[in-house]
Structure formats: C-alpha cells, structure tokens
Design a protein around this ligand. Structure first.
Ligand code: RNT
Ligand code: ZN
Length: 429
C-alpha cells in the first residue's frame, strides 16, 4: 500500500484556506507562521546515522561514556560517505532549513591515527566541502567520550592533570575547527561541550571535580586563544548516565551558572532531567538571564534513553513556550536521539519532522488571545480554547508547509525511505 497522499495540490490548498480562516479568527497569521517555522534551522545530529560510532581510525578499544544506541537494524552508515548519502536522503524528505551537527570523532584522517588533541580543520574538509556544495550549515561537538583516556569515567574533571590537559587541548581544537567551519561556510557554528564525567556510586567529594571542571573549561574558553566569536560555545548538563547514576560533575545547575558567568550558551537536553521535569518551564526561567539557549530535542523513556523524537506533549510544550515568550530568535535547535532498531533514515525523518511540526504548532498558537483571556480572569475560556486548539485544523497547515517546501505530504516519505532501504541500505552488509 502506498503512503502517498491521495490529495491533489489543489485539495491541500483548499483545506489550508479553510484552516487559515479558523486561525485568522483567533488573530493568527498562518502564512507567516509557516514561513517562520520553515526558516528556523534544525541541526541534525550526524550520530543517528551510525549509532554514535564515529569514523576515527583507532588502535584501541573504547567505551561509550554512558550513551549507547541499542538495536541492530541493517544498513547503518559504515563510512562518512555513506553517512553523507543518508543525511542527504533524510534532508530531501524534510521541510525547512537544516544544519548538520558533527561530532569530532566523525573526522576523516585516512589511514593516519590522529588523536583527539591533534585534530585539525583539514580532517573535516570533506564534510565542509560537502556542506558547501549542499548549501547546508555545520555545527560541531568535541567528543569527550569513546576514547581510552575517558574509559575511567573522567575527562575535563579527571584528577590526573595530564589527562585533563589532553581533554582541554581537545576542547581547544574543537573551537578552532568550529572557527574554520565558520570561515569556510559563513555564519555561526554552535560548538557544544558535553562530558560524561561522573560516578556510579556515592562520591565522598562532589566539590573538587567541579572545581577542576571550572578550571578546565576556563582554559578551553580562554580569550587569549583569540578564537572568533563565530564559534558559539555551548555547555550541556545532565542528571545522570549509564555507570554515572549517582553523580554527574557537569549537572544542569553547574552549567547554568557556568554559562551565565562566562557568557556561554546553556544547552538543555530534553532527556537530561528527572522524568517528570519538563524543560518547557525552564525556558522563561533562563531567558531573563541567558541571551541564548541551545535545545536538544530528545525523548526519554523512563531514563535518558534518547528515543526518536515524536510530536509529543513534551516537544509541543517546549515550542509553545518559545512562541509564547516570542523567543524564536533566542534559541538554537538541535536533535539528539539514536535508535539502531529501525531504519535510521526513517528515524531522522520522524524526529526532525516532529520537531519542525512542534515549531509550527507553537507559531500558530493564538498566544496573544490566550494571554488576554488569562489577564481578564477568564480561566475557563482560556483552558477551553487551549483544549479545542489541539484538534483544530493544524494538519492542513502542516501539509501546506510541506507542499511549500516541496517535500512529501503526510506519511508520503515512507515510500521513499523504503525504496532507499531496498536499493541502498540492504546492500550494506
Ligand atoms: C549525552 C548528551 C550529548 C550526546 C552527544 C552525542 O547525554 O546528550 O549531547 O548525546 O554529544
Ligand atoms: Zn544532548
């Protein structure tokens, strides 16, 4: 059975006209919402395509730093060329502006073993050339995990100065690489720092590793390095990880204060909090103080499981909050999930479409009207309208966004994913 929409373009347009009228009656300009939603870049994490493996030429076995993709669906990208091919396929099926979010261990060094502290922009020149040809931006992440010097669970907060210095150097080279990407492609490059450092069980000293982390980060971000502000550094906290259940050095509180005091961007990952804690509420708590936030859309199930992002209440609420706070220009949006149990191109499409849909959903929210009802004390009217909005003709607006962007409508992308699987992915054995 085909999943292509049975609707003609004219039918999609006429459903949209009806939806547009309903939104206009609530003071919402649906055309403007579509344009704004398509313009906001979403940074696609390269690591969904190969189960967070990376393409380093290595000579030692390593552990994953508490993050792990589970599943063995056939067809994962085995080389950077295959990954680029898959990313191209995924972005062809996605409406709106995209960037690709690289991790340092996706370097291409040929036969040469180049350690993390020695990486240079030239080890990413194929990525940069491809991005240029594809007219797509790149973001970056130093990789402070999956390395022999991270196997005992500490990197920038390690008690051994030599190991800290190694990772500090890695942090610095990641900034130089980001700067070089910006020089080649123009614009900002978000460089996000996440470290796995933590402890499985009750540490007797939670403070000293945090002091060491402050010092290491300060060395990485030292102004004297003269790195261009086009490298926009972000720091990402976390509640816990596999094998670091009790203590994470870089917690959210730590990084919120660090970012604020050092002029860095705070990254909020949707999977990095207590299961009932929502990051939607954190946005306006941070924005009076932080000029920008980086959001990692992810989906935790019971823990930080990094499931494929869906159009869930959690994700909708994040972008409703952003829209209601008129903060679209204050956020960077990136994806962070990895599922090795389903077609990986499909995983990209599902998670990115869900994120884009939520951005659009936020932008067609009649926030002004709802806020007015609230100010007038008409609580039931506000709540009732919020309830009705959930089943309003949003899908007609989403279909129109896809039509404008010239990508498959609805679930129509499934057919293309499956033929890509049959023709390309199954040949990867
Ligand atoms: C890990 C963080 C981090 C990673 C990537 C691979 O918990 O969320 O963002 O997922 O750096
Ligand atoms: Zn993340």
């Amino acid at each position: 059975m085909s999943h292509k929409t049975p609707l003609s373009d004219a039918q999609i347009e006429s459903s949209y006209e009806a939806a547009k009228q309903q939104y206009a009656a609530l003071g919402v300009d649906a055309d403007a919402a579509i344009d704004a939603a398509l313009q906001l870049p979403i940074s696609l994490h390269c690591w969904q395509g190969d189960d967070v493996g990376g393409f380093e030429t290595k000579d030692e076995a390593v552990e994953g730093g508490g993050i792990m993709a589970t599943g063995n669906f056939p067809g994962k990208a085995r080389t950077a060329d295959e990954l680029r091919q898959d990313l191209k396929k995924a972005t062809d099926l996605l409406p709106g502006a995209h960037r690709i979010n690289l991790h340092a261990f996706y370097c291409e060094t040929g036969d040469e073993v180049v350690d993390r502290d020695q990486l240079e922009p030239r080890h990413f020149e194929k990525w940069i050339g491809w991005a240029k040809d594809s007219d797509i931006g790149l973001d970056f992440n130093p990789t402070y995990f999956a390395h022999p010097k991270a196997n005992d669970g500490f990197t920038l907060a390690h008690p051994d100065k030599a190991i800290r210095d190694f990772w500090i150097e890695h942090g610095i080279v990641s900034r130089r690489i980001s700067e070089a990407i910006s020089a080649a492609l123009g614009g900002e490059v978000v460089n996000n720092h996440w470290i796995p450092d933590g402890a499985k069980d009750h540490p007797a000293d939670r403070g000293t590793p945090r002091q060491r982390l402050v010092e290491s980060l300060d060395a990485i971000f030292d102004d004297k390095l003269g790195i261009s502000p086009a490298c926009v550094d972000a720091v990402e906290g976390k509640l816990f990880g596999l094998g670091m259940e009790d203590y994470t050095v870089g917690s959210n509180d730590f990084y919120a204060n660090y970012a604020l005091s050092r002029g860095k961007v705070l990254c909020l990952d949707m999977g990095h909090f207590h299961p009932t804690e929502s990051i939607a509420d954190k946005i306006t708590a941070h924005l009076p103080f932080h000029p920008k936030l980086l959001i990692h859309t992810s989906r935790p199930i019971r823990w930080d499981s990094d499931h494929v992002v869906l159009f869930s209440d959690d994700v909708r609420n994040v972008f409703l909050e952003v829209a209601r706070a008129k903060a679209l220009d204050k956020i960077y949006v990136a994806l962070d999930f990895f599922d090795a149990s389903i077609n990986r191109v499909g995983a990209y499409v599902i998670g990115t479409r869900a994120t884009r849909k939520a951005i659009l959903y936020g932008l067609v929210d009649p926030s002004q009207h709802l806020q007015k009802l609230e100010a007038e004390g008409r609580g039931a009217a506000k709540l009732g309208l919020m309830e009705d909005l959930k089943t309003m003709a949003f899908s007609a607006v989403w279909d129109m966004a896809c039509l404008k962007a010239n990508v498959p409508i609805g679930a129509g992308w499934i057919d293309e994913m499956e033929s890509y699987e049959a023709n390309v992915l199954t040949a990867r054995v």
